[in-house]
Design a protein around this ligand. Structure first.
Ligand SMILES: Cc1cc2nc3c(=O)[nH]c(=O)nc-3n(C[C@H](O)[C@H](O)[C@H](O)COP(=O)(O)OP(=O)(O)OC[C@H]3O[C@@H](n4cnc5c(N)ncnc54)[C@H](O)[C@@H]3O)c2cc1C
Length: 424
């Protein structure tokens, strides 16, 4: 995911407005006057929490136009996360406030309000939804969880949403507004599943060539079978690779930044073996059908005439390859390319040839072995740092290590853009 290293309000705040506006609108519309204090809190927290949950659902739709409208996929995901956490906290207040309200009658009534077994099944639905949301959210904060486990637990969280909505509709009866809420939630969940996970609007491409760029790294050329996607260097696509005679596809969409946008509308993607699907892709063959969604992201979109510094870690070289292959550079550009071993770094030869042929392009190639790179020494090699537009792409740890060092050297936050190859 990409962004400047300090973001707050650079994007039109559509996603933020949704997260603030939807719960406020629901609370304004739903909360009756003249109720006891704790009862009012219970109702405000329930509707506010539902509003946040709905906003969070809308923000997880991965459709290129929707993503652009929301200020980019990365912004939408950031607010999806914030809104989900806030929703859970607010929904947790709901039963507690109901118990506090019952306390005025008697402590036994308060306990009854908290004990689901003393309640009817619509209340059980509410508790079930809270538990599912809690499991899903706990996974969100468990940083060491594998991606697949994390995704499974996130699906548990998603299951909590219709159950929570059923709780609301059964308790309130099928009022028009209750049903409108359900419709919006199902629409967002359905859009995410149909548009993104099933990829109904994805464009068909065919693999025309596969080249091995290094041990565990292949690059595939993809030709459009119908209308091509308008992808710019720095953007990424979601790709689902089909089956080949000797190759088994992954059957699910994975994000890959294009490493080349060729004149004949062919795209190139380079894939490093990092897990089950990307490992399988190392055996990809020509002729395989690929479905692509996108384009997403705007990394490198903010390039201007001032000198540039690009910093790539490992397979994070892909957006810069696409930019370099797109034609002559329009500004002096230094690329610091970090990789483990000098021999066999992906694209090393092509980069050396590009640097030899373009006086505006300087390549600083650095093999780090298994040690963490000496970022201070590397940054010292790039002169006029504070005047440069800086783009960083690579593993999250590298991005996190570079951000404070760049800040300490006087680089303005708005001049640094990063792309992390991580989607959580
Ligand atoms: C914006 C972006 C651009 C990327 N560009 C490239 C690229 O140009 N070349 C390249 O080799 N890799 C790229 N990646 C990483 C690539 O998507 C993962 O390596 C790949 O999906 C791993 O899947 P797996 O089943 O092999 O491994 P897993 O073990 O399942 O996953 C390894 C890691 O990949 C990520 N990941 C896995 N599946 C998905 C998914 N469906 N959606 C999102 N993230 C997932 C997770 O962060 C996970 O921790 C990019 C990732 C992102 C978010």
């Amino acid at each position: 995911m990409s962004g400047p290293y300090v973001t707050p309000w650079r994007d039109p705040p559509v996603a933020a407005a949704l997260v603030v506006g939807l719960p406020l609108a629901l609370v304004w519309w739903a909360v009756p006057e003249g109720l006891p204090w704790w009862r009012s809190i219970a109702i405000v927290s329930a509707w506010g929490g539902m509003g946040l949950l709905l906003a969070s659902l809308v923000l997880m739709v991965r459709e290129p136009r929707v993503a652009r409208f929301l200020g980019g996929l990365e912004t939408a995901y950031r607010w999806h996360h914030r809104s989900g956490v806030a929703a859970y906290l607010l929904l947790l207040v709901h039963p507690l406030a109901l118990a506090a309200d019952a306390w005025a009658e008697s402590p036994a009534r308060a306990w009854q309000a908290l004990a689901p077994w003393a309640q009817s099944w619509p209340v059980w639905l509410g508790w079930a939804a809270l538990v599912l949301l809690m499991i899903g959210l706990a996974a969100t904060f468990a940083l060491n969880l594998s991606y697949r486990r994390w995704r499974g637990l996130h699906l548990v969280l998603a299951a909590g949403v219709p159950i929570g909505l059923a709780h609301v509709v059964v308790l309130l009866g099928s009022t028009g507004s209750g049903l409108a809420l359900v419709a919006l939630a199902l629409l967002a969940l359905g859009a995410r599943f149909v548009v993104s996970d099933l990829g109904v609007a994805a464009r068909p491409y065919r693999v025309t060539a596969v080249a091995r760029r290094a041990a565990g790294v292949i690059e595939a050329s993809l030709a459009p079978c119908a209308a091509a996607l308008a992808v710019a260097p720095g953007q990424f696509v979601l790709a689902a690779f089909g089956e080949g005679p000797h190759y088994r596809g992954c059957g699910e969409y994975h994000p890959f930044t294009v490493s080349g946008v060729d004149r004949d509308a062919q795209l190139r993607v380079a894939v490093k073996a990092l897990g089950p699907c990307s490992q399988r892709l190392q055996d990809l063959e020509s002729g395989v059908l690929v479905r692509l969604q996108g384009p997403f992201g705007r990394f490198l979109g903010a390039r201007r005439a001032e000198p540039a510094l690009w910093i790539a870690g490992g397979i994070g070289i892909t957006p810069f390859m696409a930019a370099l292959r797109a034609g002559p550079l329009d500004a002096d550009t230094t690329l610091i390319y970090l990789h483990r071993e000098a021999a066999g770094a992906p694209f090393a030869d092509e980069l050396a040839a590009l640097a030899a042929g373009d006086p505006r392009f300087e390549l600083i190639s650095c093999a780090t072995g298994d040690r963490a790179p000496d970022f201070d020494a590397l940054l010292a090699q790039a002169d006029r740092l504070a005047e440069r537009m800086i783009h960083v792409c690579g593993p999250p740890a590298m991005v996190d290590a570079l951000a404070p060092r760049l800040r300490a050297r006087g680089v303005a936050p708005g001049a640094v853009h990063f792309e992390r190859f991580d989607f959580r």
